[in-house]
Design a protein around this ligand. Sequence first.
Ligand code: ADP
Ligand code: MG
Length: 367
Amino acid sequence: MSAAPRPSEASPPGTAEAPSGTAEVAGAPSGSRTTVLGIETSCDETAAAVVDGGRLIRSSVVSSQVDLHARYGGVVPEIAGRAHVELVTPVVAEALAVAGLADVPQGMAAVAATCGPGLVGSLLVGISEAKALAMAWDVPFVGVNHLEAHLFASLLEAPGLGWPLVVLLVSGGHTLLVEMAAPGHYRLIGQTLDDAAGEAFDKVARYLGLGYPGGPAIDAAAGHGDPEAFDFPRALAGEGFDFSFSGLKTSVVRTVERRPDAETADVAASFQQAVVDVLVTKARRAVAAVGAAGLCLAGGVAANSLLRRRIAEVCAEDGVPAYLPSREMCTDNAAMVAAAGWWRLGHDGPSPMSLGADPNLFLPLSG
Ligand code: ADP
Ligand code: MG
């Protein structure tokens, strides 16, 4: 478990319908209570965080199940669900303790939990915990969209970015280019037509015997390899905003079959270069098309060192602010859930206690 309180400046609540000016994260719940406990259990991380005013991270605890799933080469839903049941209460307790909150926390505005998308058995654990605590403390429960939470993660650490933003959300389950005109105002610019970027990293890493999770393993191996060793395909690079990664994965397999002597590091570096080339090309194109005031990265693949370096370079060339959240904010965490929950509470009010898990929930689009 890792606890990472990250102080930042709290600010007065903003309003949902005023998307001009700078990117305010804060919502506008009524009353003086500003503290939200966030709970995240959508996949293989059990996480809890305490965030004040949608901005000030008082605690962020993440317990990863990587060790439990590594031997299977991927997340096993049954194992994930059972591990969440064991971990969620101690993880919440640690988040409250690190934030200096007692058993019955004063000033709690709401308890927020991810309600989708994700693994249904895992989501239900976090939702049930959040509802139970909300009832015990007599505060609202807020269901949070995991994809929206990833968008809020970008803003938690960089509240001063201007609107509209283009967000490249690249994770194990999704690859999306989103125009964010303001919190709650999302337009889908492009998405993957097949595998998500993180899924491609994980599958190629497994094929190359680099282990699980694949993204960090390929990132590390690529550091010793030649990115020009193999010219892997950049699908759809010349056109539009959508992505396709399944052909790239097949191309890696065919190449290694033809060249069994190929250095794994060279294959990893060339694969990573191909993925990053396409992501950067499309993100840059989207920023230009939208006339965006900034580009944000979000999701686990945003932790990739080459992607971060290239995005920073092209944004500097284009004179567009780039925001690269810390690696802890890119991968699944509950601070982003608490931040999105605070804003949703102000915008929509509490969620009904009847709210269930929605494994296929998509970003709420407005145009
Ligand atoms: P999800 O929400 O879909 O479970 P996350 O946002 O937690 O996904 O991201 C997990 C994904 O991020 C995995 O596919 C993992 O391989 C990938 N990932 C993590 N670190 C890196 C990295 N350094 N380079 C590339 N991919 C990475
Ligand atoms: Mg995620």
